[in-house]
Design a protein around this ligand. Structure first.
Ligand SMILES: Cc1cc2nc3c(=O)[nH]c(=O)nc-3n(C[C@H](O)[C@H](O)[C@H](O)COP(=O)(O)O)c2cc1C
Length: 451
């Protein structure tokens, strides 16, 4: 089976570089401008991307002085984007720790109805203590507890999406019968975290389920991804690390009886593209020089559970840092940052520059040809099924990728020249789960999840 590259546009206000909002071209209040996001989605659709994606956390992070702060609730934003596009997939993040299954299952099924089958859900447990304070808690639930809840949350969501059979709606005007009660099922879920009777108060959506995306990379994170996810986002700094993650996750998926091709692995890349290498590096330097180190050092201190004064800008990280298993936040991101700093002997200032561009995702500055080579190298080396494209500056970074890198990938036969389907599942080459006659024929890629 020919493998095709998958491209997801990870959209974030004026771009992933934390100082992008300071460029003359940038709209500093793009983070709440729906027309900005509709324009970005149209650019990505012109580039035949599989999907666009919004991260999210139910908390206002850190210091509003540093970069555009606050974000539109992403499923609401997706409905506005759905109205402005017709093909591109629409993926939003929502937390299993700070939501309930009934409302969230309904919300994503609604996005799927509104978009004609283009909804995807990035399932997160929300790492970090701050969000907990917005939801009657004094601290974040333990890492393992968050993932245990997430697994049950997904079980309930699948049951709710399956509570209507595909042919439950009759709309028989003659007989005056709208629906068939025998095809709408309570779910009567009773579990450790949730009791949900069901059925969902919404007919089955065009895709049956939204595409299930996950982004954890710890043992718990990979366990959840192997059982339930169909696309996995990950931050990987080196080809070797990416190959190891790819091999491990595919093996875990197969060990659960799922089709490993049913899980698409997309590492992030923050491309800074110039007509020449010098031009690309100049743009990278211009952005890095706009970073105010004190903001970034505060955030780095929080991640490393240190005080800012423990991190002198022109010295390397302190020798004694906590082990990953002491971290209750985003375990794998913590390890990635510390490993990056140690491996490349980065000073705090240098590390801040690297993180300012992509928060631990791989950054790559070069010409369109070199960016295409970097993508093809990992794709050919079984380190990725596709990429999370994270333009440093938006919209210009997405435009130049769409107009100058995508054509190279298309000429090399790596990427679609036209959409061949209309749903998000079609774009990722994943079957639609069918629910009829009381039975569920889940696609092999999801069988373990819905067993
Ligand atoms: C591309 C990408 C996007 C992410 N988006 C979010 C997000 O929107 N909200 C969130 O709480 N976590 C987000 N995360 C973090 C993951 O959900 C997770 O907390 C992190 O990868 C650490 O997972 P681990 O504790 O299993 O190692 C994202 C991670 C990646 C790689």
């Amino acid at each position: 089976m020919t493998r095709h590259l998958h491209l997801n546009a990870f959209l974030m206000s004026t771009g992933h570089h934390e100082a992008s909002w300071r460029l003359p071209e940038s709209n500093p209040v793009a983070n709440t401008d729906v027309a900005h996001y509709q324009n970005l989605a149209r650019i990505a659709e012109r580039g035949k991307f599989d999907s666009i994606f919004f991260a999210d956390s139910p908390v206002l992070f850190g210091d509003v002085g540093r970069r555009p702060a606050g974000s539109l609730e992403p499923t609401v934003l997706l409905t506005a984007i759905a109205a402005a596009t017709s093909k591109i997939g629409l993926i939003a993040t929502a937390s299993t720790t700070y939501n309930d299954p009934f409302n969230l299952a309904r919300r994503f099924a609604s996005v799927d109805h509104v978009s004609g089958g283009r909804a995807g859900w990035n399932v997160v447990t929300t790492a970090g203590p701050d969000a907990a304070l917005n939801f009657n808690l004094a601290d974040q639930p333990a890492h393992a507890e968050r993932y245990d809840r997430a697994a049950e949350f997904l079980e309930v969501a699948f049951k709710l999406w399956d509570s209507w059979e595909d042919d439950a709606t009759l709309a028989d005007k003659e007989a005056g019968v709208w629906g068939d009660n025998a095809k709408v099922h309570p779910i009567d879920h009773v579990g450790r975290h949730f009791q949900v009777r069901g059925p969902l108060n919404l007919p089955r959506s065009p895709q049956g389920y939204p595409l299930i995306v996950q982004a954890g990379s710890s043992e718990d994170g990979k366990g959840l991804a192997a059982r339930y996810s169909e696309a996995v986002f990950t931050a990987q700094q080196t080809l070797e690390d990416a190959q190891a993650f790819y091999k491990d996750l595919k093996a875990r998926t197969a060990a659960l009886g799922r089709d490993p091709n049913g899980v698409k692995i997309l590492p992030g890349i923050v491309p800074v593209i110039g007509g020449t290498v010098e031009e690309a590096l100049r743009l990278e330097r211009e952005l890095d020089e706009l970073i105010k180190p004190e903001y970034a050092r505060d955030q780095l201190a929080r991640t490393l559970r240190l005080k800012p004064e423990d991190l002198p800008l022109d010295q390397q990280l302190p020798a004694d840092l906590p082990d990953e298993d002491e971290i209750e936040g985003a375990k794998s991101r913590y390890t990635l940052i510390v490993t990056l700093a140690r491996r490349e002997k980065l000073t705090v200032r240098e590390l801040i520059g690297r993180l300012g561009g992509g928060r631990g995702h791989r950054t790559f500055s070069g010409t369109p040809e070199q960016v295409a080579d970097a993508i093809q190298e990992w794709f050919d080396a079984d380190a990725a099924d596709g990429f999370n494209i994270m333009p440093a500056v938006l919209p210009s970074g997405l435009e130049v990728f769409t107009d100058q890198v995508v054509p190279i990938l298309q000429r090399r036969g790596l990427f679609r020249t036209e959409y061949t389907g209309s749903t998000l599942r079609d774009h990722y080459g994943l079957a639609r789960p069918v629910r009829s006659g009381g039975s569920l024929e889940a696609p092999e890629s999801l069988q373990a999840a819905t067993a």
